[in-house]
Design a protein around this ligand. Sequence first.
Ligand code: GDP
Ligand code: MG
Length: 163
Amino acid sequence: MANIVAIVGRPNVGKSTLFNRLTESRKAIVDDFSGVTRDRHYETAEWVGKKFTVVDTGGFVHGSDDIFEKAIRDQVLIAIEEASVIIFMVDVLTGITDLDMEIADLLRRTSKPVYVVANKVDHAKLHYDSSEFYAFGLGEVYNVSSVTGSGTGELLDTVVSHF
Ligand code: GDP
Ligand code: MG
């Protein structure tokens, strides 16, 4: 498979919501409980005539914090391996967590394009809050609201520029 866009991030940041929006499917399960999406979901998407595959990476439902962290870590490592472009999603409402930092540490090691996407920027006044995500050292931060669709167009323009 070519042109694979993987969405990684800790549970509940809105990965499945963005996946559903990009793929116009309801395949991924969105839920208020953390880590509902298991495994990985692949679905095709198209933007400005360019076709690509989007991967929604799941969380983990049961187990200790260690197992939970390992599952997320594994998802990130698979994404680094198979994806052409990686979307690293974080949540502007909660800000940076330890798990976000661990994921950022892994992503800094790949030479593949990684885009930091601050989700849940539903209102203009939240735009400035996402500047803390520059601390990841992964470059530009893209503000989006996966619920309203705000900012997703600019993000997609950048993502498909690789295809
Ligand atoms: P995932 O665990 O990363 O796949 O996150 P989900 O897509 O399941 O979303 C987790 C929760 O965040 C759900 O309650 C979503 O409705 C909510 N959510 C997702 N995107 C947004 C957004 O852009 N704004 C707001 N306010 N909530 C969102
Ligand atoms: Mg999910």
